[in-house]
Design a protein around this ligand. Structure first.
Ligand code: GLN
Length: 308
């Protein structure tokens, strides 16, 4: 097997030199301030060895990667009843699209497009105050990453709260179908704040380990979810984790992955590794341009594609 440390360092060097960096997201003004030249990668193998390079300790806005963890929490809270509120089919549409919602009675296609993630957040919120729901999400991230220092970037959350007109429209539209139970402002407040959680590649790769190892953290032995649930979350990441770029990501990388507009991607090599990359420039579908190329290179050199 190729040496993981070597491969990870090679990839960081190669990515640093590439002129094509994609476009940093600007629709959340605070995200536009990020350095487009940043690049980080962290890979944690089954034995807990960490291979990292580049800006792997720098915190970035995890944005939609948080949706993997809110999905996990919502499934823990209501189990399969979640699927009456949100589907699990790829949408083939951009992450913030509203068109399918009208035809499909306000039920979002999957938990990873914005509408679906807002519905999932609403499930977590029910029975709680927004502050408590957010506290639960943050505690879960700190527990998974084994790092109590993880926080929410309040400036990013406030920036999105001021400019999140699309998400406000999506939430109100779903509310009109009865898909959102709580006051729309409350649900969106929790959603914007969990998207604004700031983490480094190393922390994120740590948080994803349970998905790579049948629902357990293999280092501590602690179980997070049943293995069947981990398998299913991975399936949804593969089919829906990159919105209308999900087919391309599966084709090129061949691993379950979830992207965020902050430029991060969490990818899972089942049984082998949890991987986080960060490169802020995005492609046309709003997924990290160099992040995807880095993962494609890693999966190829390590022979990690789930398709053999
Ligand atoms: N908070 C972002 C939004 O709602 C998340 C989108 C993303 O990361 N793709 O627009």
């Amino acid at each position: 097997m190729p040496n993981l440390d070597l491969v990870v360092n090679e990839i960081a060097d190669e990515m640093r030199q590439r002129p094509d960096r994609g476009e940093v997201a600007t629709y959340i003004p605070e995200l536009a301030r990020v350095d487009a030249n940043a690049f980080g990668i962290a890979v944690i193998d089954a034995d807990g060895n960490v291979a990292a390079a580049g800006d792997s300790d720098t915190s970035f806005s995890i944005q939609s990667i948080s949706k993997v963890f809110t999905l996990t929490l919502a499934l823990g809270k209501v189990g399969d009843r979640l699927w009456s509120r949100v589907g699990r089919e790829p949408s083939g549409s951009p992450f913030n699209s509203i068109v399918q919602l009208e035809r499909e009675q306000g039920i979002p296609r999957n938990p990873f497009i914005n509408a679906g993630a807002i519905a999932v957040t609403d499930v977590i919120l029910s029975g709680h105050q927004p502050r408590e729901a957010l506290g639960e999400i943050l505690r879960f991230m700190r527990f998974l990453a084994d790092d109590p220092a993880i926080t929410i970037d309040k400036a990013v959350a406030a920036s999105e709260q001021r400019t999140g007109f699309r998400n406000i429209a999506l939430a109100n539209y779903m509310k009109s179908f009865g898909v959102i139970e709580n006051p729309v402002d409350f649900t969106l407040g929790v959603y914007f704040h969990h998207c604004a959680i700031a983490m480094s590649c190393k922390q994120l790769a740590m948080a994803g380990r349970f998905l790579a190892h049948e629902g357990r953290n293999p280092s501590t032995g602690l179980s997070v979810v049943h293995r069947e649930r981990a398998r299913r979350i991975n399936a949804i990441m593969l089919t829906c984790g990159h919105y209308d770029g999900s087919g391309e990501f599966a084709y090129r990388v061949g691993l379950p992955g979830k992207s965020g507009v902050g430029g991060g991607i969490l990818a899972i090599a089942p049984g082998k590794a949890s991987i986080a990359v960060w490169a802020p420039g995005l492609d046309n579908a709003g997924n990290s341009h160099l992040g995807r190329i880095a993962l494609e290179t890693l999966a190829k050199r390590m022979g990690w594609s789930i398709f053999g």
